[in-house]
Write a protein that binds this ligand. Structure first.
Ligand code: ADP
Length: 246
């Protein structure tokens, strides 16, 4: 590995993102990775809970100190999704990436990505990319309230996967993309596996809570989603997308 060569392994943590942000504030280096067997307070966006049971998945966070502007931070979410898609390909599994931060199987979430940042107006101090991958979680092990929206790689694979091998594959792919520092390549991979572009979607805009219905037409240079809403083009920086079947 060129960049991701410092791995901190924990048994239980509250949230790998919270711990990563804490040690980043104390100066943890670019490329530091924190992985835990279990998170007791795993989080999604807007402080939604992310179920992270012991020994069944990969719950980890990557600390990055890229030389970029705060507006570039969302692109690291796309980089993580692209890296996971490439890792899945090595296991003959085809990723379906849903903008902005999920990888899906059968319409259910396999992987959630949560990117957080500490920045000043013109400078990023650090970025934390949190990744939660359901690897060997059985359907009936998910809490009932997420059973219909969550999926696991084992289900897709028709049997358990070796978590250490899959983790290493994701790190290798992320390391390659980060060291390459070429978002052209990230966007190419992201487009190849995305299931959002060209589809009729509903978007709940994060800031306003407003719901829009339209067709996802493209992804912007900064990772934003461009949607055609009845002939008018609108750009979304954050939001929840659901794909409509017609
Ligand atoms: P989204 O990207 O779908 O908005 P978040 O990033 O906010 O989701 O993640 C939190 C949501 O994901 C929760 O509200 C819950 O519905 C779902 N969820 C929680 N834990 C898991 C898990 N282990 N696998 C899949 N989905 C989960």
């Amino acid at each position: 590995m060129k960049v991701l060569d410092k791995i901190i392994y924990k048994n239980v943590v509250d949230s790998t993102n919270d711990l990563a942000k804490k040690i980043a504030r104390y100066g943890a280096a670019n490329g530091t990775v924190i992985i835990a067997e279990e998170q007791t307070g795993g989080k999604g966006r807007l402080d939604r809970k992310f179920f992270s049971p012991r020994d069944k998945g990969l719950w980890f966070s990557i600390i990055l100190r890229p030389n970029c502007l705060p507006n570039d931070a969302p692109k690291f979410t796309l980089m993580a999704a692209a890296a996971i898609a490439c890792a899945m390909e090595r296991f003959n599994l085809r990723a379906e990436i849903k903008w902005p931060n999920d990888i899906m199987y059968d319409g259910r979430k396999l992987v959630g990505i949560l990117t957080e940042m500490s920045a000043e107006v013109e400078r990023v101090n650090f970025i934390v990319v949190g990744i939660g991958i359901n690897v060997n979680v059985e359907r009936n092990e998910f809490p009932e309230n997420i059973r219909d929206v969550a999926a696991s790689l084992s289900e897709m694979n028709g049997g358990n996967l070796n978590r250490a091998e899959f983790f290493y594959a994701v790190l290798e792919e992320f390391d390659r993309l980060f060291a390459q520092n070429d978002f052209g390549e990230v966007f190419k991979i992201w487009r190849k596996y995305n299931i959002t572009l060209g589809r009729n979607i509903n978007v709940v805009e994060a800031d306003s809570g407003e719901i829009f219905t339209g067709k996802a037409i493209d992804i912007a240079e900064d990772g934003a989603l461009i949607v055609d809403i009845g002939g008018e083009v609108k750009t979304f920086y954050a939001g929840d997308v659901s794909i409509r079947t017609k």
